[in-house]
Write a protein that binds this ligand. Structure first.
Ligand code: ATP
Ligand code: MG
Length: 370
């Protein structure tokens, strides 16, 4: 299907804050790729808290409909959701993840080695459950808190008829593990350790205290792993979230792929970002079975907005990751190699990485190398 695509229509949702400064950078990088990917079409789409304050709507129907009917994929910037509750407002990114059923957020955290031949010191993928957990605002009944991508039939059989029906539908696409396989293999295509037998999955939870929810999460991952012969070459370990943060800081090299409930995944990936220099370099994709949306891991960064100093790399890498996910590994490799070379060279970096350059200068340098 990938090679048959005549063009690629990409929805662009900059939303708030530095999202508006870094998303255009991702577009520029994609446009520089040229060959290796189909001709690109971009559709500008609205969402965000600022839009809500002007119009009363944070996520217009037109945006969702365009993504569903017109776009092959999308890129999202960042939202400035307020800390206090605002009547009528709910986060458009949380809404989009649910409406498009993007049940996994895949966050590769990779340091750039001083030379291309050396292995990266930090090289892990955080897979964050993306539509449920405490982050989900509209939980009608805690008993229905089920983990979409992670279901096992033994657990489902204990639930009510209605949730069994829903779960059955969801269970048919217990494809998170599939995606893990796919994403890991793709992301590491240049790695000397590209042997699936070496994959190591760590389940992050706190099921000694939260036995119902985190216990379900943990059991579900284990059940999916046990059921599928093709996953037997992936080793599985588990760790309590607090000790995982501690070990992440002391020995990041022990982690390969972490799979975590929504809230822990968010926190762990911000922590992991500190190990690779900045939140401004860590990309992600929101992924389901039918759609993929790239999004930098960072937020709207109100403290640096409007100064042309936001690091565009997380967004540019998110565009590459989106391409990779769609099967355009060559195009993605070109973007990633350009980014790595700019980081290695070290003369054109934004302040978060210790440099003095502007966003636009970094974008120019990356585009030249692409
Ligand atoms: P959210 O709730 O939306 O996740 P947050 O409170 O986690 O937001 P961020 O916006 O992610 O906050 O910012 C955290 C810190 O990292 C801020 O000091 C911000 O300036 C910095 N930061 C985030 N993204 C970038 C970037 N692209 N370039 C430079 N600094 C960044
Ligand atoms: Mg954050």
């Amino acid at each position: 299907a990938t090679s048959a695509r005549k063009s690629l229509t990409i929805g662009l949702i900059p939303a708030d804050g530095i999202g508006r400064e870094v998303l255009p950078a991702a577009r520029t990088a994609l446009e520089a790729v040229g060959s290796d990917i189909p001709p690109l079409k971009f559709v500008d789409l609205l969402a965000g808290f600022e839009l809500f304050t002007r119009t009363g709507t944070a996520l217009p129907d037109e945006t969702v409909e365009s993504l569903q009917n017109e776009c092959d994929c999308a890129l999202f910037g960042s939202v400035s959701s307020p800390s206090r509750k605002v009547a009528g407002y709910s986060s458009p990114i949380v809404g989009l993840r649910k409406k498009l059923d993007l049940y996994a957020n895949i966050r590769p955290v990779l340091s750039v080695a001083p030379t291309p031949d050396e292995p990266a010191k930090v090289d892990m993928i955080v897979v964050r459950e993306n539509t449920e957990c405490l982050v989900s605002r509209a939980i009608p009944n805690p008993a229905t808190l089920i983990y979409t991508g992670f279901l096992s039939s033994s657990i489902l059989s204990k639930k009510s008829k209605k949730s069994q029906k829903r779960a059955k539908k969801l269970g048919q696409r217990v494809s998170l593990q599939n995606m893990l396989h796919h994403e890991s293999a793709a992301w590491h295509s240049n790695s000397p350790f590209n042997v699936l037998a070496k994959w190591h999955l760590t389940i992050i939870h706190k099921s000694n205290v939260l036995s119902v929810t985190d216990g379900l999460f943990r059991e579900s991952v284990r059940a999916v792993h046990a059921k599928e012969p093709k996953y037997q070459d992936i080793s599985v370990a588990e760790q309590l979230v607090d000790s995982a943060v501690y070990r992440l800081f002391r020995e990041p090299e022990i982690y390969d792929v972490m799979v975590a409930p929504n809230l822990y995944g968010d926190i762990l990936s911000d922590a992991a970002a500190a190990l690779v220099g900045s939140l401004g370099v860590v990309p992600s994709v929101n992924s389901g079975d039918n759609f993929v949306m790239g999004e930098p891991v960072h937020g709207s960064a109100p403290d640096i907005v409007g100064q042309n100093i936001a690091n565009p790399i997380a967004s540019i890498r998110s565009a590459a990751l989106m391409l990779r996910h769609l099967g355009y590994a060559k195009g993605a490799d070109r973007i990633d190699a350009a980014v790595d070379s700019v980081i290695r060279e070290g003369t054109l970096l934004t302040p978060d990485l210790g440099g003095k350059s502007k966003t636009s200068e970094v974008v120019d340098a990356i585009v030249k190398r692409i």
